[in-house]
Ligand binder design. Sequence first.
Ligand code: NAD
Length: 268
Amino acid sequence: MDFNGKVALITGAGNGIGRATALAFAARGARLLVVDRDAETAEATAAVIRQQGGEARCHVADVTRSAEVEAYVQAAMEAWGRIDCFFNNAGIEGRLAAIVDMDEAMFDEVQAVNVKGVFLGLRAVLPVMLAQRSGAVVNTASVAGLVGTPGMAAYVASKHAVMGLTKSAAGEVARGGVRVNAVCPGPIETRMMRAIEAQIDPANPASVEQRYHAALPLGRYGTAEEVANVVVFLCSSLAGNITGAQYVIDGGRTSIGGAITTLPKVLS
Ligand SMILES: NC(=O)c1ccc[n+]([C@@H]2O[C@H](COP(=O)([O-])OP(=O)(O)OC[C@H]3O[C@@H](n4cnc5c(N)ncnc54)[C@H](O)[C@@H]3O)[C@@H](O)[C@H]2O)c1
């Protein structure tokens, strides 16, 4: 778990899981390129790392735009000369709605960030890792990449697609010394869960949180740091024989089956 001399590139690193993972890599000696579409939060993540004695640069990019994706890879190469770890993580939740009520533009936007963004990242970073003959990628899927959730079809479809990209990419680059895995978080304590709670019950989001907690075997949301621990492990030499795998970090959610998000309007 020693990343001294290694370079980690993380998208969606301005907030939540991406930020916690950037800090986790930096604490273990990695140099970071922090990528986000939000300049202020990206710079804040890089600033925290530098305050703690680490090395980080930030780069503003929208992961849905291929020129901006190529530019963040270029920025990492100009800053640090290599990319050892790539956390392909930026994602959005979209609007909750039954498929029969779903807005087409919202569906497209979720696929653009969560699927195309991950694809463009793989397409741009894998050649660098193949040229090095080493590297590890972790894509952020979700338990929504493994099971359905009524009311979240756009997000669920996008995360199932991330699983497909992960498995296909893993087979394509394995002989080139590059590993590609996915993490599948359940509900994690970040802005995204706050937004989902508020969509399910705008009048009483706290009650939604309580229902989620009650339905999870471990009785609580996971933390961003608990996801970061798994990402760091998957990028480390300890995980040298692991590729094309999915790591579930969900407090036991999928082990007991059944969807948690129950939109009364959707299910009635
Ligand atoms: N929080 C959860 O419960 C949970 C569960 C499973 C999976 N996930 C996934 O984890 C990842 C991170 O989510 P989070 O909970 O940290 O959310 P978050 O909203 O706190 O952080 C997401 C970050 O991605 C950035 N981002 C969004 N769209 C972007 C774009 N087009 N280009 C560049 N950056 C962009 C945002 O600015 C933000 O900083 C997402 O892929 C999400 O789907 C989250």
